[in-house]
Design a protein around this ligand. Structure first.
Ligand code: CMX
Length: 435
């Protein structure tokens, strides 16, 4: 057993006992009441599941095991000797172990994922069977599902393992999946946009640095951006569509490959992760309409009004939980201010930020007029020449594995049961409350 897994195994008993004791002391406490409106509005604000790795506060933003993004910048190990961005290995360790990693532990995770990164050849063949212009998320989901042949959890379950061992096999699949995802994603990128000229991994690099390398972007600045990107997109508590889908499908004891595939299908929706490509598409069509250049505030305002009048959303703005500017947006803005303050697209993104909230407030119905994570990420990628925005959600997806796989391991540690909420009908509600 690897040192990391051994250390994790050492934590399990205490956590299981803690939850059991807590449940027997407080299992009958009430967590609030459910209104009829909540049933019709996507279960907003209903505490409905346990998800240990991160928690989203509407007024503050995400905290990973208690740490905000600015705090993580202080405490997580960086790429030696001069890296400034936290390494995604560190946030994974934090989410899994509920403690901060040392530099040595982060290095161990890097090496562990590098060892696990070999993708079986049939996965590439399955991807190659799709038309090259299939959306990258279709190719990504297909590739992940094809990897399922390698599921250790599935094999072990078929062999008849004890429930208490589920987590150990889930751990193997989760770590293998994380190790392989950059390879699969980079393969899709090079297949779609670089004539299938693939780049061999560099095992001496960290996980995100190697991903950047395999995509074909080798500057240290791009690698730093990728480390930051992979860290901030990694988790956003359990109720968002991708994390919830992974938790839900995993609760049927489907293996981690199946569960992750389900999550990625949700991430590919335009109201969720696909918004990162939609933001750039929206800005580009605004620029096309205006004949290029830096649009004035007034021009942006008019374009926003037209978008709303056409019955569309302004991508990158709004959130189901947050009620302030997303700290993930702020982290990316800080990066752009430091590395590319004069970038024209950055100036447009900044101007959009100045204009959109007032317009959304004026609608009287948008609950959160502020930008979310997707309002900024495309600009950073465009700056470095990664302009193929249909690919952006794949990057989000690679990162999302970190939190959701750590959470899935915890689901199996804690013996979370199959998820099965009740549903009702309008007729039944009318019967109960009147017409
Ligand atoms: N532009 C236009 N209208 C918006 C809007 C936006 N950015 N955000 C919300 N609204 C509208 C909703 O469509 C809804 O309209 P109707 O009542 O006509 O249906 C109304 O305002 C109320 O919505 P809400 O309660 O404020 O927001 P929801 O919790 O329902 O939805 C979200 C949240 C993110 C889907 C929504 O804000 C949105 O569509 N944003 C644009 C897409 C986007 O950026 N998604 C990415 C989110 C982050 C991520 O998951 O990656």
């Amino acid at each position: 057993m690897s040192k990391i897994k051994e250390k994790f195994a050492g934590k399990i008993e205490d956590s299981i006992r803690e939850v059991r004791e807590f449940l027997s002391a407080h299992g009958d406490e009430k967590m609030g009441e459910i209104t009829v409106r909540q049933l019709y509005s996507g279960m907003r604000g209903m505490p409905a599941l346990i998800y240990e790795t991160s928690k989203l506060d509407p007024a503050e933003g995400i905290r990973f095991r208690g740490y905000s993004i600015p705090e993580l910048n202080e405490v997580l190990p960086k790429y030696p000797p001069e890296g400034k961005q936290p390494l995604p290995e560190g946030i994974f360790y934090l989410m899994l172990m509920n403690e901060l990693p040392t530099e040595d532990e982060v290095r161990r995770i890097s090496n562990n994922w590098a060892r696990r990164s070999i993708v079986p050849p049939h996965v590439f063949k399955v991807i190659d069977a799709l038309p090259v212009n299939a959306h990258p998320m279709t190719q990504f989901i297909t590739g992940i599902n094809a990897c399922r042949t390698e599921s250790e959890y599935r094999r072990a379950y078929r062999d008849g393992i004890n429930k208490s061992e589920y987590w150990a096999h889930t751990y193997e699949d989760a770590m293998n999946l994380i190790g392989r995802l950059p390879r699969i994603a980079a393969y899709i990128y090079r297949r779609c946009y670089r004539n299938g000229e693939h780049i061999e991994p560099n095992p001496d690099l960290d996980w995100a640095g190697n991903f950047a390398h395999m995509l074909g972007y080798d500057s240290e600045e791009f690698r730093e951006m990728m480390r930051m990107y992979m860290t901030i997109h990694s988790d956003h508590e359990g109720g968002n569509v991708s994390a919830h889908a992974i938790h839900l499908v995993g609760s049927a004891l489907s293996d981690p490959y199946l569960a992750f595939t389900a999550g990625m299908a949700g991430l590919a929706g335009p109201l969720h992760g696909l918004a990162n490509q939609e933001v750039i598409r929206w800005i580009q069509s605004m620029r096309d309409e205006l004949g290029g250049g830096l649009p004035s505030k007034e021009q942006i305002e008019n374009y926003c009004k037209k978008t709303l009048a056409d019955g569309k959303v302004i991508p990158g703005f709004g959130h189901a939980v947050l009620r302030k500017t997303d700290p993930r947006y702020e982290a990316q803005r800080g990066f752009a201010q430091e590395y590319m303050p004069d970038d024209e697209l950055f100036q447009i993104v900044s101007r959009v930020y100045e204009v959109v909230p007032d317009i959304l407030k004026a609608t009287g119905k948008v609950k959160n007029p502020w930008p979310n994570v997707d309002a900024h990420s495309g600009q950073l990628l465009m700056h470095y020449g990664l302009t193929e925005y249909d690919f952006y959600t794949v990057l989000f997806g690679v990162s999302r594995a970190l939190g959701t796989m750590a959470a899935l391991i915890w689901d199996r540690v804690l013996g979370m049961p199959i998820e099965r909420p009740g549903s009702t009908t309008t007729a039944q509600l009318k019967e109960r409350f009147g017409n």
